[in-house]
Design a protein around this ligand. Structure first.
Ligand code: ZN
Length: 295
């Protein structure tokens, strides 16, 4: 039985149904290179929920408007707690407004690690369609997907070390790239281009940008011809194989270390990051809890 699904209206994303069985969720803040604020993350979560609950949907394509997939978390957001207030939490950790490390850990466990992990486990096939740059938090939207199709200009980087932070919160680097390349990416903050990402097994296919949408849709339609329950079981089986290798324990450890890097920066700079690593233009715009970033 198919339940009636009421499609929600969104501000930072849009959702369309290009083919039977295929839903496309599109990031729609191209003017800010699809930087992620709390609204975008929770709207994405609502859209994933809708697609997961709609029994007619078998495949979810995650795409982005504009030249770049996502520049990561929006550093111009003054206060994530205020921003997330209209949304119901998806986890039970809470304490988002608490002082010190407790509040930050609560927010990040909910909004960054929690949402990405949730989307990784959604029982529908997910395909990321990536063009341009995907940086740090941008990886946390792509890596939870089952399949990644990259345009030839796609580039991937985690530049958190430049601001004294120990990697993106959804710390999938070793699982996506292998241990040595993960270390190189994190230590250097260098971009990995689409062909290198393909060679490393991080992306499934690299196609010319003009063919990116068509290629992704063709694969989605091919997968959508398979029985829904079989697809769910296959996804669960592959994810279980990865989890049996210790992924969940490793993710919990890296998340705790990430929180330690924020707490360290708070002690030294009064901010969750080391602002001396920010480019001057970004330092001027950035603010936390309404406080300007020190020069
Ligand atoms: Zn963080």
């Amino acid at each position: 039985m198919t339940r009636d699904i009421v499609q929600q209206a969104f501000e930072t994303i849009f959702v369309e149904t290009p083919f039977p069985g295929v839903t496309r969720i599109v990031l729609n803040r191209p003017e800010s290179r699809n930087a992620q604020n709390a609204a975008m993350l929770y709207e994405l979560n609502s859209a994933f929920n809708q697609a997961a609950r709609d029994d007619s949907v078998k495949v979810i394509i995650l795409a982005a408007q504009g030249k770049h997939f996502s520049s990561g978390h929006d550093l111009r957001v003054p206060d994530f707690v205020a921003e997330m207030a209209p949304w119901d939490p998806v986890g039970t950790w809470c304490g988002f407004g608490c002082d010190g490390a407790e509040g930050r850990m609560g927010i990040e466990k909910e909004m960054f690690l929690g949402l990405s992990e949730r989307w990784r486990n959604i029982p529908k096939v997910t395909i990321a369609q990536v063009q341009g740059k995907a940086i740090s938090g941008g990886l946390m939207l792509i890596w939870p997907c089952d399949i990644i199709i990259a345009g030839e200009d796609a580039e991937f980087a985690d530049n958190t070390a430049e601001i004294g932070v120990a990697g993106a919160e959804f710390f999938h680097h070793p699982w996506e790239l292998g241990v040595r390349k993960a270390k190189e990416m994190l230590f250097t903050s260098d971009f990995i281009d689409a062909h290198e990402a393909h060679r490393l097994g991080m992306v499934n296919h690299v196609v010319p940008n003009e063919a990116l949408q068509g290629f992704t849709e063709a694969m989605a339609c091919k997968i959508a011809k398979k029985p829904s329950f079989t697809l769910k079981l296959l996804k669960e089986a592959v994810n279980a194989a990865q989890d049996a290798q210790g992924r969940v324990n490793a993710m919990n450890t890296s998340f705790a270390l990430h929180q330690l890097s924020h707490a360290h920066n708070e002690q030294i700079f009064g901010l969750p990051i080391d602002p001396t690593g920010l480019p001057a233009a970004l330092r001027d715009k950035a603010a936390w809890k309404g406080k300007p970033v020190p020069k």
